[in-house]
Design a protein around this ligand. Structure first.
Ligand code: SF4
Ligand code: SF4
Length: 354
């Protein structure tokens, strides 16, 4: 998706920029995205904070999961941002936004106290105060991007994602739409990489991030789980697991939704390239998708069309592929060439000494 920001390299100015990341965990959330982010390795949180990435401007991350400050001292950055003292800053929202118009006598969320009435300042109010001044707004996790679990059917809090709250056509001060990093939680490196990219962009060192229709970075979310899964070869050959923990065959008959889910976790792994749902035997539950969770429940039931597709592969070309591949492997490719074959004498003329 094109954005209004022009890419104008000005590397020489980057030393002057300190980008603040104001990370609100105040939404309807479990804070899983913040906790997950602490395990990022590419880049790691430490790399970003300590400024070890060449050319990257200084970054200060305000997030209560990693902060030393508490109380008034911690919240001061938010007031500073509101007063224009932190510029540029990226507003990160974790957790979904409740509808405070249906909160009855209370509040769905609160962060800090409003001195004028002694009432909590809701996430909604913080977004209203800060979004117009933010260089970029990032929604992290499926709760913040599309509503996620708090917004599932019945939804008593009226929970919604940030693009629903601000508007899908909303633009930040720097001309960027809301940037969505879905996942439950968001894959740690997807989070840190996108933040790093945005900071480079705000420093004029990278073009605006290319986002898809659901406002996700295209380079992270343009492939399906199936397209990156290390079990996909078994699918093609019609090999499907029929019980959990059995072996490494395709999991689609056990309820894996990978063929229709956009997520890079099978390629990227979870921590430092290791793990990643189907790679390690877990079905994909579609946690990155806008329709999560309702459209994919019950999670462990196979999708009827997925199952039909699997049966087609299983009973038509799958066994044919399997047969000819195995035959070729056993008889042709998994043995040394003719001129180095085992036998009483090597064809090279070398006389064996045993
Ligand atoms: Fe927690 Fe998942 Fe919501 Fe993130 S998206 S706050 S991990 S429930
Ligand atoms: Fe979520 Fe599926 Fe990606 Fe795992 S593979 S993180 S369940 S979308």
């Amino acid at each position: 998706m094109a954005t209004a920001v022009e890419y104008s390299p000005r590397q020489h100015e980057t030393e002057q920029i300190t980008a603040h990341v104001l990370w609100m965990t105040t939404g309807l959330s479990c804070e899983g995205d913040s906790v997950a982010m602490t395990s990022a390795t590419n880049p790691s949180l430490e790399d970003i904070i300590q400024g070890v990435i060449p050319g990257m401007p200084r970054v200060v991350i305000h997030n209560q999961v990693i902060a030393f400050e508490v109380g008034d001292e911690y919240i001061q950055a938010w007031y500073d941002a509101e007063q224009g003292k932190l510029d540029p800053f990226v507003l990160v929202v974790e957790g979904s936004v409740g509808n405070e118009e249906i909160n009855g006598e209370g509040h769905w969320t609160g962060f800090g106290v409003n001195p004028s009435n002694g009432q909590p300042i809701t996430l909604n109010e913080w977004i209203d105060r800060l979004a117009p001044k933010a260089a970029a707004v990032v929604a992290v996790g499926t709760c913040a991007t599309y509503g996620g679990i708090p917004a599932m059917k019945n939804n008593p809090t009226g929970a919604m994602g940030v693009p629903d709250y601000l508007g899908w056509n909303w633009r930040s001060k720097a001309g960027l739409p809301v940037v969505c990093i879905p996942g439950c939680p968001a894959q740690p490196d997807n989070t840190t990489e996108t933040l790093m990219y945005l900071v480079f962009h705000l420093a004029g060192m990278a073009p605006a991030p290319d986002l898809d229709e659901q406002l996700r970075p295209k380079w992270l979310f343009d492939r399906t789980v199936r397209e990156g899964c290390n079990r996909a070869g078994f699918t093609e050959q019609g090999n499907f697991a029929t019980e959990y923990g059995s072996d490494h065959r395709c999991l689609v008959k056990l309820g894996c939704k990978g063929p229709v889910v956009k997520c890079n976790v099978p390629v990227r792994g979870w921590v430092n390239g290791i793990g990643g749902c189907p790679n390690v035997g877990g079905i994909c539950m579609a946690c990155t998708m806008p329709g999560f969770p309702d459209k994919y429940m019950p999670f462990m039931d196979p999708d009827p069309w997925g199952e039909k597709g699997a049966d087609f592969q299983r009973f038509t070309y799958g066994p044919v592929f399997r047969y000819f591949r195995k035959r070729n492997i056993d008889k042709k490719f998994d043995i040394e060439p003719e001129w180095r074959r085992r036998g009483p004498a090597l064809t090279s003329g070398y006389q064996k000494r045993w």
